[in-house]
Ligand binder design. Structure first.
Ligand SMILES: [Zn+2]
Length: 167
């Protein structure tokens, strides 16, 4: 095999990898998302609107720590609220900020002790559901089933399907 062919070959292999998780110029990479949660993460980021950013999603990608989902969003960095909301779905995710193709910041998501204005209370009679301009606030704890959110206003506890309550 001539060196030329060899070069072309490795280029081709490189392209294959690029297709899987393409490098982005500026934006955010959310990695180590629990498999199956990528679309919920997108839901949080889209905030009910259509994306105008380029978004790549890889589901069930094999990694050194087992399967994971990965979301890449171009031209956008996440707000603290978005990171907190993602932490409720996927506490072990990492968020990397990319500028000019370089990772300028990578951090492990930390589940906060409380979340404000992110989750709607399950209790229809809660004061936060009464139309009053009161921001929701939940204490976050962990139990054997996973995360548990306790409303500080009405004491309602929510443990499952948190995605349905994220505002
Ligand atoms: Zn409540």
């Amino acid at each position: 095999m001539s060196p030329e062919t060899d070069k072309r070959r490795s280029k081709k292999l490189g392209d294959k990898n690029d297709l899987r998780i393409k490098a982005i110029e500026n934006g955010t990479v959310i990695d180590h998302i629990i498999p199956g949660q990528a679309l919920n993460v997108l839901n949080i980021l889209s905030d009910g609107e259509n994306f105008t950013n380029t978004v790549s999603v890889v589901m069930n990608a094999g990694g050194s720590r087992g399967d994971k989902d990965v979301v890449k969003i171009e031209g956008r960095e996440l707000t603290e609220k978005e990171v907190d909301a993602i932490s409720l779905l996927s506490p072990k995710a990492t968020v990397s900020i990319i500028r000019d193709y370089e990772v300028v910041q990578k951090r492990h998501i930390k589940t906060p002790d409380s979340v404000c204005g992110i989750v709607k209370c399950i209790n229809p009679n809660c004061i936060t559901n009464s139309g009053e301009p009161i921001e929701t606030r939940f204490a976050v704890t962990e139990n054997e089933k996973g995360l548990a959110l306790r409303c500080i206003f009405c004491e309602s506890v929510m443990t499952e399907d948190l995605i349905h309550f994220i505002e």
